[in-house]
Design a protein around this ligand. Structure first.
Ligand SMILES: Nc1ncnc2c1ncn2[C@@H]1O[C@H](COP(=O)(O)OP(=O)(O)OP(=O)(O)O)[C@@H](O)[C@H]1O
Length: 262
């Protein structure tokens, strides 16, 4: 269970990115975080693993208060939080396999990782994960030889080999075409279901979020403007989150929902 308790972030510039945000995410739940540019979505995701240091409030992952941890303990706690990024954050000159194994760096000692001597069980698990994300045949390819969708699959495998309890996912489909975006969202949500993983997915595409997640949280100017099931995202709710717009083109139709299931 992830719990954000009155989470506040005020940047040094005075920007109040988060204003006392309260969220609980139970084990196994996938949440889409939507909201206009500047609403605080990236800040919220980054405050959870303290890539951005919160200004106030608490973050709990199960019985550990992440906001109270010293740097060593935080490094260990971060193993339990896998992160998936918009721009993949792969090491371009390394192979797919090496990139996946780099997800074990928080566990393997420094020298061992420098010499890339990972335990056999980690290598076996990397092969299993590559198979699951559909990239087994590409294990020895360099990351810079992959398409965007393939890179994101490597990013997903790298996050999962950490054996996390929570996935923090920042705009996973922003650089991908619509079909690949659906495949990646489907893959992330299926893997969360298979492993009982909770996830928070920061996503701009409202229709895509509606197709795959059980719960949507809408942020507006650092505050929660909506928290509910995807079907409750009516034009009125979207106007509350984003302002006036013609929402019929954005909201999931029955047709697109059927495609998503196919
Ligand atoms: N490093 C920073 N220093 C100062 N202000 C920042 C910093 N990062 C973000 N902000 C401000 O905090 C607010 C929230 O930004 P954030 O990037 O979290 O929003 P977002 O919802 O993720 O936006 P987008 O969808 O465009 O990525 C904005 O007003 C932004 O200008």
């Amino acid at each position: 269970m992830l719990r954000l308790d009155k989470l506040v972030k005020t940047y040094r510039t005075g920007d109040q990115a988060l204003k006392s945000v309260e969220i609980e995410v139970p084990i196994g739940q996938v949440v889409a975080l939507i909201g206009p540019s500047g609403a605080g979505k990236s800040t919220l995701i980054r405050c959870i693993n303290r890539l951005v240091e919160p200004s106030g409030g608490k973050v709990w992952l199960d019985d550990v208060e992440l906001t109270a941890l010293s740097s060593g303990a935080l490094r260990r706690a971060r193993r339990r939080m896998g992160m998936i990024f918009q721009e993949y954050a792969l090491v371009e000159r390394l192979t797919v396999m090496e990139n996946v194994l780099s997800g074990r760096l928080g566990y393997v000692g420094f020298w061992r990782s420098l010499l890339r001597r990972f335990p056999q069980k980690d290598v076996d698990e990397a092969f299993r994960l590559l198979d699951r994300v559909g990239l087994l045949a590409m294990a020895d390819k360099r990351a810079d030889e992959l398409s965007g969708g393939q890179r994101q699959r490597v990013g997903i495998a790298r996050a999962l080999i950490q054996n996390p309890a929570l996935l923090l996912v920042d705009e996973p489909t922003a650089s991908l075409d619509p079909k690949t975006s659906r495949q990646i969202m489907r893959l992330i949500c299926e893997l969360c279901a298979e492993r009982g993983l909770a996830a928070i997915i920061n996503i701009h595409d409202v229709a895509l979020a509606q197709m795959f997640v059980q719960r949507v949280i809408g942020l507006k100017a650092g505050e929660i403007a909506f928290d509910g099931p995807p079907d409750a995202l009516t034009p009125e709710v979207l106007t509350r989150i984003y302002g006036e717009e013609d929402w019929q083109a954005t909201i999931k139709t029955d047709e697109t929902a059927e495609e998503a299931v196919a």
